[in-house]
Design a protein around this ligand. Sequence first.
Ligand code: NIG
Ligand code: FE
Length: 412
Amino acid sequence: MDRSFCTAEKVWTNVKLATMDPEVKAVYGLLDRHAIGVLDGRITLLKPMGSFNIDEVAAEVIDAGGMCMTPGLIDSHTHLIYGGQRTAEFSRRQEGASYAEIACEGGGILSTVRATRALSEAELVEQARPRLEALLAEGVTTVEVKSGYGLTVKDELKMLRAVRTLATDFPVRLRSTLLAAHALPPEYSGRTDAYIELICNELIPQVAQLGLAEAVDVFCEPIAFSLTQCERVFTAAQAAGLGIKAHVEQLSNSQGAALAAQYAAWSVDHLEYLDEAGIAALKDSGTVATLLPGAFYFLGETRQPPVDALRQAQVPLAVASDLNPGSSPLASLRLMMNMAAVLFGLTPEEALQGTTCHAAVALGLGEEVGMLKVGMAADMLLWEIDDPAQLTCEFGVNRLQQRIFAGKVQDA
Ligand code: NIG
Ligand code: FE
């Protein structure tokens, strides 16, 4: 085909676009009766029906018949790669043991560390495959994946390589995050600062040099790492040119969110114990507040993240699965949207922003994905729904008609 006459190679006509673009002044950035076109993996055309001559764009035309289109969903916080399961721990928790108690006995994250160390890179990829497939089937097109179950240079690199391998096998954007500061490995018992040195002086520079991660994350909590130790990791991440993310204020208030905001973190995640000072630090910082309702629900937490105060401070909210074997073995971002609304009080619009435009910013991808806008990557979902609120309200029914990744229609 002679591309010189094309503005798009494929155009969907008669679509209701939930653009999620804040410049479109309507709920969901909604544009009814529009056409959207793609060329070379990007959105190149976005116009009202009747405002252009479809023959002139010389493209394949798909009549969407009034169906709704959203950006591809973005799961901005997962621990998708891990070995084994923690079902025995779940049974123990059902009998009364707490997550922190199990962690202090050497179970919890460390039991997954043992299982992960025992597997090869290829085995880790195999175990992660069905979890990733579950996310993709419901419309996820970008997934962040953390390391953090290796805790040695060799095993952390193995996890990050597994992410890169998985990315070549599936139509999805995977973003990797180094989470070596997840738990203290047993061989460093009593020598936490030495482990932080290993992270800062060896792991972060190697990972940056090999291009194996886009960001660095920490678990800032009395059962994990102190504020001072996290700050050392942030400094090293910044020096290596990597983005910063942080697990903070999940089980207690350690003031980790305020520290991360000072380091221009992409996101701070969990936040049930976030206080006023933390909210003030996040205000106008550009750091996204990521809510993880799956972990709140699965651990039977009762303390709510301060959603209303975050909203008042206009801190952008993301919603993610935190998919992991211990605190959120729940491979569904749609379920998280529903939970974020029901458990935390988000509106359906906020829940969808949390898994599109705000989730993109939480991954340093705000200019690339998360909105239907000319110039953005053409990751788009066509749904047989009238109102985008249905994506948050309803769960378990998949009304996805087409999953479009980088402009290519996938089998839904
Ligand atoms: O985000 N909080 C720390 N890390 C995970 C839990 C990981 C695990 O229990 O294996 C979380 O909840
Ligand atoms: Fe997490």
